[in-house]
Design a protein around this ligand. Structure first.
Ligand code: PLP
Length: 421
């Protein structure tokens, strides 16, 4: 028995399902999760010493690769001065300034500790600003695990078959309305049906939690227009797309301004961080400048701020990173089409593979993927040292550390798996 198997035996007795987040479990694909000891660049090493070419990238934050020297240096220098003060620090002001500079529509931000916390807080703010209770989200989009967003949710909830989680009060779920991704008519219908009651439309500008589903041309603009027409706010959940699609995230990439946006992942460089921000007139309603209460013992933690700041500075200094990512992702996308009856969905450095011959443009079409073929693919890749997310409905992430050689290695593994079928 390997170390991962031994650790997993212990882990299941100590933690539900043996993991601290369901997406890490191998339930959907079979087998035991690999327990990771270290990471460097685009490679991970597990507790048995086996090495993997990593396409999980900690689910998005590691756009520069693991253990990037500039990020490590910032973290170590900051940690040496103390881990947390529960007081204002210069680093918070700097990271907020860096985000505001890189994302033009952002005028103010509030730091929190996770994407979930950012979403929960931004929804409260949107409700306070508009004086309305209902929120429109999209089937198969994931916005963290706060009660109101666990209704037809994507990611681990979808993989585990619990898109509507037990424990969410019916009264809370009733205020969450679900539209179909890439179907602005379904949004308009809800806005008409619940006229004057919808506070906000929240959307992943590129859906990345039902697999990757890019917005069709015009979809995001139609959301902007509908929100304006119905007096509700447009919220972009940029927890995945922020600073990944472009230096200014999806707003920059698609040229659409949301009223509010939510961040996480990359802005913490691997440390636990989230943030929400947007127009100043709305953000000023947050306590203590306004009455919308939201607080956090560790919010704006100096070590997390230092890590995030180091990543954003690297991205700003080296805009060529985005071209590098685009080039590699395109190469991988093209190579994957060597597999029969598949669809590769890609936007920038976010992509994944569906085992279906139908175009995948929403949750229903994502669900046509053959999950047993996905499990076989995942296992075939893992045995060749390539680690993808252990579930169909998750994105694959490329990093600056990936190279052309890594893509060729991946495609050779894909070809070998194809031969085996
Ligand atoms: N929003 C999106 C789009 C996400 O992908 C995630 C997590 O994957 C979240 C929100 C929640 O973030 P966190 O896991 O940091 O709570």
């Amino acid at each position: 028995m390997g170390k991962s198997e031994e650790l997993f035996e212990l882990a299941v007795t100590r933690m539900p399902g043996g993991v601290n987040s369901p997406v890490r479990s191998f339930r959907a694909v079979g087998g035991v999760p690999r327990f990771i000891r270290s990471g460097k660049g685009c490679r991970l090493t597990d507790e048995d010493g086996a090495e993997y070419l990593d396409y999980i990238g900690s689910w998005g934050p590691m756009i520069l690769g693991h253990a990037h020297p500039a990020v490590l240096q910032a973290v170590m220098e900051t940690a040496a001065r103390g881990l947390s003060f529960g007081a204002a620090t210069a680093l918070e002001v700097e990271l907020a300034g860096q985000m505001i500079r890189m994302v033009r529509p952002l005028e103010m931000v509030r730091m929190v500790n996770s994407g979930t916390e950012a979403v929960m807080s931004v929804l409260r703010l949107a409700r306070a600003y508009t004086g309305r209770d209902r929120i429109i989200k999209f089937e198969g989009c994931y916005h963290g695990h706060c009660d109101s967003m666990l209704v037809k949710a994507g990611s681990g909830a979808l993989t585990a078959g619990v898109p509507d989680s037990p424990g969410v009060p019916a009264a809370v779920a009733a205020d969450t309305l679900n539209a179909r991704y890439n179907d602005s008519q379904s949004v308009e219908d809800l806005l008409n049906q619940y006229s004057g009651q919808v506070a906000a439309v929240i959307v992943e500008p590129v859906a990345a939690n039902m697999g990757v589903v890019p917005p069709e041309p015009g979809f995001l603009q139609s959301l902007r227009d509908l929100c304006d027409r119905h007096g509700c706010l447009l919220i972009f959940d940029e927890v995945i797309t922020g600073f990944r699609l472009a230096p200014g995230g999806a707003m920059d990439y698609f040229g659409i301004e949301a009223d509010l946006a939510v961040y996480g992942k990359i802005i913490g460089g691997g440390m636990p961080v989230g943030a929400y921000g947007g127009r100043q007139d709305i953000m000023k309603m947050v306590a203590p400048s306004g009455g919308v209460y939201q607080a956090g013992t560790l919010s704006g933690n100096p070590v997390a701020m230092a890590a995030g700041l180091a990543v954003l500075q690297q991205l700003e200094k080296n805009p060529g990173i985005y071209g590098h990512l685009e080039g590699l992702a395109t190469r991988l996308e093209q190579g994957l089409y060597s597999l029969p009856a598949t669809r590769v969905n890609r936007c920038g450095s976010l992509l994944n593979l569906f085992f279906t011959d139908r175009p995948v443009r929403d949750l229903d079409s994502a669900r046509t993927s053959d999950l047993s073929r996905f499990s076989s693919f995942f296992a075939g890749m893992l045995k060749r040292g390539i680690l993808f997310a252990p579930a169909q409905f998750e994105a694959w992430f490329l990093s600056q550390a990936h190279t052309e050689k890594d893509i060729l290695e991946t495609l050779a593994a894909v070809a070998a798996w194809k031969e085996e079928q």
